[in-house]
Design a protein around this ligand. Structure first.
Ligand SMILES: [Zn+2]
Length: 493
């Protein structure tokens, strides 16, 4: 039987502002959409945190036995500099600056994005669609919105009519804003403005002659507005009404608010049942920003090459650090905080290693069954990873007391403890162990043990051709073998 039948999961829904019991639209299935990156620069550590939070959520749904379709897009067109309808396209601007094709920009930073996420052990989504791959779908949605009377064309651009929409719908329901307040707080339109009202947003923008990224449409050559791609891709792969839409808190307005408006105006259905928003990462108590220099890249944490760090940290330690905060809380990154996480990570991993060989007794001093349910209770309470980790350390305490002979555990309880620890640490939190992680020194030790073993076997069989070949090819790679009376050791250049 699937685990979800015995567990009641609650999630914080930004739409109601409350925790709600999660009930999927289709039994046993979860459809989840998360706004992906705009690939015009190296992925930001704050964005990594957001994607890591949704990776943990994806993993927990899978662990509970749901069939999950997780869609996370790549924005490779249409995202303008000011996040609204003005300025240059972020990707086209970068292409011009570096004198390369926009698609070269997209390729370079998509590869960086995937490599970085893989280092932090994120699972790939089920579908990763791109905005440029869904231009036809976006044009179709615009046509529907125009047909329903919620959009208008001006000089080859199409705008969403927010005031008209708000007469029959609630624009602002996700972000808790009132349209009257928005109107009161915005500047008047000037004569050059094409929009009927400042709140209106672009569904399609006419491409000026110098604009490289352009597609034909019923309104002339142009490109889609940024908000539209997510409506097109989420509903195409998950249906007009789907379970979960996630993203960073900063996307709530206007991006997600506009997504709701577009979907409701075109299909007539409210698109999302549960809106989940992940909070930001700060650095030394301040907002991260490239312009003030209070900034750190994922690669710099792993290499230690940033002045705010005293050393390098493995991706597994960084992931453990991120999981120690609730995904809806602001998390502050500092060298001290990472050092503390590193200590915690090693304590946890040492206990997991110790558990493998722990002796068993006739009774248990630790109520493993109750503890296991407490782990689920933590995750069922809106994915409360800090409470889960506190529970894991409760188990660490008992593992260490048992090792010291101060407590006992039965064979059955030990097996249950082992499988539960494995599930939560490796599968749900996605934290890699020291051996299978990105710690290359451990990996090299493992590979060398294997090669030395094979060479010894070859020598024992008098197959000197093979044993010499292993030694010579390792020498060519810069690894020297040394045969001593205690066996063979190795050194690298
Ligand atoms: Zn989006």
């Amino acid at each position: 039987m699937q685990l979800y039948k015995n567990q009641t999961l609650s999630v914080h829904n930004s739409l109601s502002g409350k925790k709600e019991v999660f009930e999927p639209i289709n039994e046993g299935h979860v459809g989840m959409y998360v706004c992906g990156p705009t690939v015009y620069s190296n992925v930001h550590l704050g964005n990594c945190r957001t994607f890591m939070s949704f990776d943990m959520i994806f993993r927990y749904f899978r662990h509970l036995g749901y069939k999950v379709r997780y869609v996370r897009n790549i924005t490779d067109a249409g995202h303008l500099e000011d996040d609204a309808d003005d300025g240059e396209d972020k990707i086209a601007k970068k292409a011009k600056l570096e004198q390369i094709e926009p698609m070269e920009v997209v390729q370079r930073y998509t590869v960086d994005f995937h490599n970085t996420l893989q280092k932090f052990n994120l699972l790939p989504p089920s579908i990763e669609p791109t905005a440029t791959g869904h231009i036809i779908e976006q044009i179709e949605i615009i046509k529907e919105i125009i047909d329903k009377g919620y959009a208008y064309e001006v000089n080859g651009s199409v705008y969403f009519d927010v005031l008209k929409f708000n007469e029959t719908h609630d624009y602002g329901k996700l972000s808790g804003r009132k349209l009257e307040d928005m109107i009161a707080n915005t500047r008047e339109l000037t004569a050059q403005d094409e929009k009927r009202n400042p709140q209106d947003f672009a569904l399609w923008k006419k491409a000026e002659p110098q604009h490289i990224m352009r597609w034909p449409s019923p309104w002339g050559d142009g490109f889609p507005g940024w908000h539209l791609e997510c409506t097109a891709m989420s509903t195409k792969y998950l249906g007009d009404h789907f379970d979960i839409h996630g993203g960073g808190m900063d996307l709530k307005f206007p991006h997600h608010e506009c997504e709701i408006a577009q979907a409701e105006a075109s299909s007539g259905q409210t698109p999302v049942k549960y809106w989940l928003h992940a909070n930001m990462l700060t650095l030394n108590g301040k907002k991260m920003s490239k312009s003030t220099g209070n900034n750190i890249y994922p690669s710099e944490i792993i290499s230690g090459e940033n002045d705010i760090l005293s050393k390098a940290y493995t991706p597994a330690v960084v992931r453990f650090f991120m999981m120690q905060a609730h995904y809806t809380s602001i998390l502050d990154l500092s060298d001290e905080a990472l050092q503390a996480s590193e200590k915690g990570y090693h304590r946890l991993m040492d206990a997991m290693d110790c558990l493998e060989t722990l002796g068993t007794g006739n009774n248990s001093d630790f109520d493993v069954k109750t503890w296991k349910q407490q782990c689920y209770d933590a995750m069922n309470d809106d994915f409360n990873t800090p409470i889960l980790i506190a529970n894991l350390f409760e188990a660490v305490k008992h593992i260490n007391l048992t090792k010291e002979g101060k407590e006992q555990i039965t064979e059955g309880d030990k097996a249950l403890l082992q499988s539960t620890m494995h599930s939560f640490v490796y599968d749900v939190l996605g934290i890699e162990g020291k051996k299978n992680g990105n710690d290359n020194s451990n990996l090299l030790d493992g590979v060398m043990d294997l090669l030395i073993g094979l060479r010894n076997e070859a020598r024992a069989n008098k197959d000197f051709a093979t044993s010499d070949k292993i030694r010579d090819e390792l020498t060519a790679l810069g690894i020297q073998l040394k045969d001593g009376k205690d066996g063979t050791t190795f050194s690298t250049n």
